[in-house]
Ligand binder design. Structure first.
Ligand SMILES: CC(C)(COP(=O)(O)OP(=O)(O)OC[C@H]1O[C@@H](n2cnc3c(N)ncnc32)[C@H](O)[C@@H]1OP(=O)(O)O)[C@@H](O)C(=O)NCCC(=O)NCCS
Length: 169
């Protein structure tokens, strides 16, 4: 399995994985087309053997502050360090593209994802009350200082291009 850039041909497989992982919030094929069309501002990476994708993740590069757009590991492949590998790659890529801070949003009820991000140095910035509808679930905004590898203290500018409508976290 290697990390490689997501390709247009991956879209059907990605949409299928989305349906199995995210239910009502799954990105459809048109959403993936729109996301990939925004490269190089967006970048998407797959962990794959040929066309078979085990995990993927994506970034929005907004200058000093980058945003994680999505992170996902196929059902049955979780709990083996794969998600950690993908997040580590996203952090390195954001740093290489010049970001100092990396942000994300995660559902308050998604404890496995929160534990992973905390292990990688992300800290809570704020809570957005009842952000995920119709589930009525809060969003936790998390951030890491890519230079220090630790949670960023104080306020940081948010990246308006990574909006609620177009990301999972
Ligand atoms: C959240 C998600 C990305 C995590 O991916 P993952 O591959 O399961 O993550 P990891 O394996 O790196 O870490 C998960 C756990 O497995 C443990 N683990 C890591 N390597 C392991 C190994 N070789 N053997 C056993 N356990 C291992 C980790 O310690 C971690 O434990 P924790 O529960 O105490 O945190 C994945 O569960 C997922 O895709 N969920 C659905 C989509 C989603 O919620 N995406 C995130 C949106 S914000």
């Amino acid at each position: 399995m290697t990390l490689r850039e997501v390709r247009w041909q991956d879209i059907p497989a990605l949409a299928e994985l989305e349906r199995s992982l995210f239910g009502a919030e799954a990105w459809s094929e048109p959403t993936w087309w729109a996301e990939l069309a925004q490269r190089p501002r967006r970048s998407y990476t797959a962990l794959a053997t040929g066309d078979v994708i085990t995990a993927y993740g994506g970034l929005d590069h907004g200058g000093e502050v980058a945003d994680i757009m999505t992170v996902a590991v196929a059902p049955g492949q979780q709990g083996r360090g794969t998600g950690t590998r993908v997040v580590r790659h996203l952090m390195a890529e954001a740093r290489e593209r010049g970001a100092r801070h990396l942000m994300l949003e995660v559902r308050a009820d998604n404890l496995p994802a929160q534990r992973l991000y905390e292990r990688m140095g992300f800290g809570l910035v704020r809570t957005r009350r009842r952000y995920y509808q119709p589930d009525d679930v809060d969003a936790l905004v998390m951030r890491v200082d890519l230079e220090r590898g630790a949670a960023t203290p104080g306020a940081a500018t948010e990246n308006a291009a990574a909006t609620k409508e177009n990301r999972h976290e």
